[in-house]
Ligand binder design. Structure first.
Ligand SMILES: [Zn+2]
Length: 129
């Protein structure tokens, strides 16, 4: 009896050591990288189609041609997605923008170019160029 119990013990231990490799979250670790931000071939196709549907800049300064006529060249996320794929692919969160309008918006959002945060849409800086 004693001999049998001793041979069983090591088997239980080796099985216990295997369990951590079955961690269901392990697949996620390989998915981070360039595609995590979502700017993939699929995004290029979807944004190109969106720009065909919305050829004019939809920013508050242009109002899709109501206040200023500018051709849209980029698709912007109204609410920054910050890696959130739900926000990223939500077309109600998309707006077509001219590149310089988009650059002005992102510069203000990031607080770069010496601009204070939160001033977007209050004054027009688009007449400079
Ligand atoms: Zn605009």
């Amino acid at each position: 009896m004693r001999a049998k119990l001793l041979t069983l013990k090591p088997r239980v231990q080796t099985q216990g050591n295997r369990l951590p490799t079955l961690n269901p979250d392990s697949w996620r670790q390989g998915k981070q990288g360039s595609t995590q931000r979502g700017y993939t071939y699929r995004w290029q196709q979807a944004s190109a189609r969106f720009l065909r549907d919305h050829p004019l800049c939809q920013c508050p300064d242009c109002g899709e041609g109501r206040t200023r006529l500018r051709a849209s060249t980029v698709v912007d996320h109204c609410i920054p997605h910050r890696g959130d794929m739900v926000k990223f692919w939500d077309k109600s969160n998309w707006q077509a923008m001219a590149k310089d309008c988009h650059d002005a918006k992102t510069a203000l959002e990031d607080g770069g170019f010496g601009n204070p945060l939160g001033g977007y849409g209050k004054s027009s800086t688009g007449s400079k160029t």
